[in-house]
Design a protein around this ligand. Structure first.
Ligand SMILES: *Cc1c(COP(=O)(O)O)cnc(C)c1O
Length: 227
């Protein structure tokens, strides 16, 4: 079995190859290592191999790892669903959240962000495949929520995030990713400082890079399958 270091290097090589095919530079794409359910020791190994951005889905687990690894220079991303009564640990411990999809959550995160920390970086999650019971705003709800978030002092709007419905057909995979890129470019006309399009996971990172992703969230390909 290969080590985390080897798999991280392979994931980075996939990003670089996909970027080259698309006429982009690999450095314009951030690799977010998704470490949910994996122990702090594995995060430390990925860190020693060069990873600096880590994504967590579960609050208590994420906060425990942030505490355990606080001497490391890690940027922590919360990427899971969030209930509005659970915002405080995100506001107090994380650097980014990718899964904001309603104003109430954004307002609470902004109010609860400690004054001595930089504003919390925010991506708005879009339900790009229009799946029932999935998180995320619809494309037509996006402009209003973006304007509301941009006005909140404790937050810094950075861009958009999506988890497209699983698709085995690569063309259809790319259609949803292309719709995200279009939404992102359209939104950026009004907010030129937006710089993050968070899409692409272990199985679709090549397609996501081809369609303009700036941050791919990779779990299984680095840390192995989850129980
Ligand atoms: C788990 C997860 C990932 C990583 O998925 P893999 O298929 O393991 O790469 C990416 N994004 C989100 C939001 C996740 O929950």
């Amino acid at each position: 079995m290969s080590t985390i270091t080897e798999r991280l290097n392979e994931a980075q090589a996939r990003i670089d190859a996909a970027a080259a095919l698309a006429g982009r530079v690999g450095e314009s794409i951030t690799l977010l290592a998704v470490s949910k359910t994996k122990p702090a020791e594995m995060i430390r190994e990925a860190y020693l191999a060069g990873a600096r951005d880590f994504g967590e889905n579960y609050l208590q687990e994420g906060v425990d790892k942030i505490e355990a690894l606080k001497h490391l220079d890690i940027t922590w991303h919360f990427i899971g669903p969030l209930q509005s009564n659970k915002t405080r640990p995100v506001a107090e411990h994380f650097d980014w959240i990718h899964s904001v999809d309603r104003l109430k959550i954004a307002q609470r995160l902004s109010e609860q962000r400690p004054d001595n920390m930089a504003p919390l970086n925010v991506c708005i999650q879009v339900n790009i495949s229009a799946e029932q019971s999935k998180s995320g705003v619809t494309p037509d709800q996006l402009p209003e929520l973006a304007a509301q978030i941009a006005a909140l002092p404790g937050l810094r709007l950075r861009g958009l995030m999506a988890i497209p419905a699983p698709e085995s057909d690569p063309d259809r995979q790319r259609q949803a990713l292309a719709r995200m890129k279009h939404l992102f470019d359209t939104l950026r006309v009004g907010y030129p400082s937006l710089d993050t399009l968070s899409m692409g996971m272990s199985d679709d990172l090549e397609a996501a890079v081809a369609e303009g992703s700036t941050m791919v969230r990779i779990g299984t390909a680095i840390f192995g399958t989850r129980k």
